[in-house]
Design a protein around this ligand. Structure first.
Ligand SMILES: NC(=O)c1ccc[n+]([C@@H]2O[C@H](COP(=O)([O-])OP(=O)(O)OC[C@H]3O[C@@H](n4cnc5c(N)ncnc54)[C@H](OP(=O)(O)O)[C@@H]3O)[C@@H](O)[C@H]2O)c1
Length: 323
């Protein structure tokens, strides 16, 4: 199949492309930089130059594809509402380009968008997302809902914390805060959990969702249902050689800042239905193992704004990301 992939230079998108090529697909990647074009060509994919918000250009790529995987997103959280609304338009454009046929559109979302109506229970694939008035990022799933209602073959992959030994997602912010404050913190007893998935498993799920996903389905890329934040803090403390402390709720804002709301909530998620439906079986390393095997000297260098390169067996050499 000829598959158009947005976010081709990103953590998820670049790995999805390798997975698709290895499975025999022809991949066309959306790229906006020379370095990205070079890496994509090296990976064996076709380059399609453009910005994801150039909707005419996006339509041109989508109409000639047998399927689309959308992973591009601008993670500048100071402008989350604007970027989320841009994402809504991108999904509408891609979906409309595919609507007259049964060609699939697979969209990256997050388990963090699901409304947590039963505290301390893992969220399920059938659970509804919050609204975009509550949390702007929900515009993504509002757009996929609309397409599904109109008969589009749209499939959502809700990602939990995706990891390898270079990428820790939201936990990279915890690491950065620990370096700034001189200690690693969790809230209360630290029993609230984070769900996680290794990158190799996440990208296999994207491929399965593309090849045999059910239109309108939400699949959960969750390898581990929930890891207690206290355990995560302890591994970071060992890695950074810093003390680990419990915070009382009133001390949370001063330490966690914009992350305060997330720091104490339980973010467990289930993938039982996804596994059963798609025959998906996560086999990659668990999150704490990757966190233990993280090169903390690279993190120190990146914090000092020195050139810091992080090496993973799967992804080769990448710049260390602190966020
Ligand atoms: N990683 C996780 O743990 C996680 C968890 C939950 C959900 N997600 C979601 O999964 C998706 C992929 O995440 P990721 O970790 O791969 O993100 P990432 O590493 O930050 O990659 C983002 C990608 O989007 C591209 N992009 C941003 N703005 C663009 C624009 N205007 N035009 C063209 N391309 C643009 C970037 O291209 P440039 O290189 O040109 O900037 C990059 O390829 C996102 O929707 C994210 O929110 C990720």
């Amino acid at each position: 199949m000829r598959i158009f992939v947005t976010g081709a230079t990103g953590f998820i998108g670049s790995s999805v492309i390798k997975e698709l090529i290895n499975a025999g697909h022809h991949v066309v990647g959306l790229i906006r930089s020379d370095a990205g074009a070079e890496a994509l060509t090296h990976a064996g994919a076709e380059v399609f130059r453009g910005d994801v918000n150039d909707l005419d250009r996006l339509r041109t790529a989508a109409v000639t594809a047998d399927g689309v995987i959308h992973t591009a997103f601008n993670h500048d959280f100071s402008n989350l509402k604007q970027h989320s609304e841009e994402d809504r338009k991108v999904i509408e454009t891609l979906g409309e380009a595919l609507l007259s046929s049964n060609r699939p559109l697979v969209v990256a979302s997050g388990t963090g968008l699901v409304a947590r109506l039963k505290p301390d229970e893992p969220v399920l694939e059938i659970d509804e997302h919050v609204s975009s008035t509550e949390f702007p990022r929900a515009a993504t799933e509002e757009a996929t809902d609309s397409l599904a209602i109109r008969g589009g073959n749209v499939v959502v992959v809700r990602l939990s914390q995706v990891h390898d030994t270079c990428h820790q997602g939201r936990i990279a912010v915890h690491i950065k805060l620990a370096l700034e404050k001189g200690y690693v913190a969790y809230v209360g007893e630290g029993n609230n959990r984070l769900s996680a998935v290794h990158i190799s498993d996440a990208v296999r799920l994207f491929r399965l969702a593309l090849e045999k996903g059910r239109p309108g389905a939400h699949y959960h890329a969750v390898g581990e249902e929930g890891i207690a934040m206290r355990y995560i803090a302890e591994v970071i403390g060992t890695g950074l050689k810093l003390p680990v402390k419990s915070l009382s709720p009133e001390d949370v804002p001063a330490y966690f800042g914009f992350l305060s709301n997330l720091a104490a909530i339980d973010l467990a998620a289930s993938s039982a239905w996804t596994r059963q439906q798609l025959g998906w079986n996560p086999t990659g390393p668990d999150f704490l193992t990757d966190l233990r095997n993280t090169d903390y000297s690279t993190i120190y260098k990146a914090a000092r704004k020195e050139d810091a390169r992080c090496q993973t067996p799967a992804s080769g050499i990448q710049k260390s990301r602190q966020g």
